[in-house]
Design a protein around this ligand. Structure first.
Ligand SMILES: *Cc1c(COP(=O)(O)O)cnc(C)c1O
Length: 407
């Protein structure tokens, strides 16, 4: 063990995953304490949308820190007002929309759960529907909406009244009943391995929610803020939710979350029902404004769509790759063998950061600003990693590829 690894294992809560000691970043590259350079195609898990040390980010933090970093929420600040107006406009809420600013994805989702409670209280309903494979966060409320046993079981009992629906349009029909206050859905399930919903699923959820006087809440913590090549993934599906949550890329590395409501859902919270000390502080708000303005003014979303396509084209046909999923720059690369962890390690050893959300999926979520040079560098490093793992695992999986059971 190196000195920093010893320190980490002694002083940090034992929660796994300290792969290197990173010391500096620039654009899509980061460096560790030994001077090794990595191409960062995970971007802090879909967070660093402008890469590292982007001048827009640096200037926004610096200027706002010099002016006003934090005030209590007894006061309003201009960055907060500007951000709320901007998010309403980008989400297309019209005048009736409202915005709540939080500090993280899970906190935005906690706010969404409270929104569902306030809505359900009007009709005596408490059931919240979630989709199999969903990930909504790690605090107790959001955790209750996350079906994965490994995350949830140690913390039982979780919130009652959560019902898990299969990723299937007919299952959705069957799940809606008189008890449902809300359904919470990720338009693309990032942590599940960049899993897309079946065709028509969101449209059906929209219709069923409306017919049953339930809220349709979208968790766009990972897919929002331009990640899929649209400001919100729901805009790709052509539906309008009652509420949507954001975090990850919205602050390009500055912690910030948001809940945006539409129409009648905007009238549910009232003074005293919710708040947060740091939520919507001027520093975080100013950074998000600058980031979103930069994306808008430079038509960065067209670039996200174009580079997303280039990346997908670049991996098709590489050894072990069986397909790609996702949209824009949230991409799941599916593998023909359950060797994603080995591929991730081989990539890391070559200076490429990706992750393996499941056994057979590699996820990439690079900066929106990647150029063709980064796409080529990725393709080359990733191919080397795949070739290595393909060779190392060929004999083990030979049989299963010909349809026989392997040892
Ligand atoms: C990451 C994520 C969360 C949790 O966000 P945190 O900022 O880690 O609390 C919630 N929902 C989705 C879809 C996410 O991807």
């Amino acid at each position: 063990m190196t000195v920093w690894q010893e320190t980490a294992s002694r002083d940090l809560m034992s929660l796994g995953g300290r792969l290197a000691l990173l010391t500096r970043g620039e654009g899509s590259w980061v460096w560790d304490d030994e001077g090794n350079r990595y191409l960062d195609f995970l971007g802090g898990i879909a967070v660093n949308c402008l890469g590292h040390a982007h001048p827009v980010f640096i200037d926004a933090v610096t200027e706002q820190a010099k002016t006003l970093a934090h005030v209590s929420n007894y006061f309003a600040t201009q960055p907060q007002l500007d951000l709320a107006a901007r998010l309403k406009r980008l989400a297309g809420t019209g005048d009736s929309g409202r915005v709540y600013l939080a500090n993280s994805g899970t906190e935005a989702n906690e706010t969404a759960i409270k929104l569902a409670r306030l809505h359900g209280a009007k009709t005596g309903r408490t059931t919240i529907l979630v989709v199999e494979g969903a990930f909504h966060g790690r605090t107790m409320g959001a955790l209750s909406l996350t079906p994965k046993a490994a995350y949830r079981d140690p913390f039982e009992p979780v919130l009652p009244g959560v019902r898990v629906v299969e990723r299937d349009v007919d299952a959705l029909d069957a799940a809606f009943d008189e008890s449902v206050a809300a359904i919470i859905v990720e338009p693309i399930q990032g942590e599940a391995g960049v899993v897309e919903l079946p065709e028509g699923f969101l449209a059906r959820a929209r219709r069923l929610a409306t017919e049953n006087d339930a809220l349709l809440i979208l968790d766009e913590v990972q897919t929002g803020s331009g990640r899929t090549g649209e400001w919100f993934a729901f805009q790709r599906a052509g539906i309008v939710p009652d509420a949507v949550t954001l975090a990850k890329s919205i602050g390009a590395g500055f912690p910030l979350g948001a809940l945006v409501t539409f129409g009648a859902a905007s009238e549910l919270f009232y003074p005293g029902t919710h708040n947060s000390t740091f939520g919507g502080n001027p520093l975080a708000s100013a950074v998000a404004n600058a980031v979103l303005e930069y994306i808008e003014d430079n038509d960065v979303l067209a670039h996200v769509r174009a580079q997303g396509q280039r990346l997908r084209d670049a991996v098709v046909g590489l050894p072990l790759v069986s397909g790609t999923r996702g949209a824009g720059l949230l991409i799941g690369i599916t593998l023909a063998r359950p060797v994603a962890a080995a591929v991730r390690e081989a990539a890391h050893a070559r200076g490429l950061i990706v992750n393996a959300p499941t056994d057979d999926v590699i996820r990439i979520a690079p900066a929106y600003t990647i150029g063709d040079e980064e796409v080529s560098a990725f393709a080359s490093l990733f191919e080397q990693a795949l070739v290595e793992v393909d060779a190392a695992t060929a004999s083990e999986y030979e049989d299963s590829e010909t349809g026989k059971v392997s040892a």
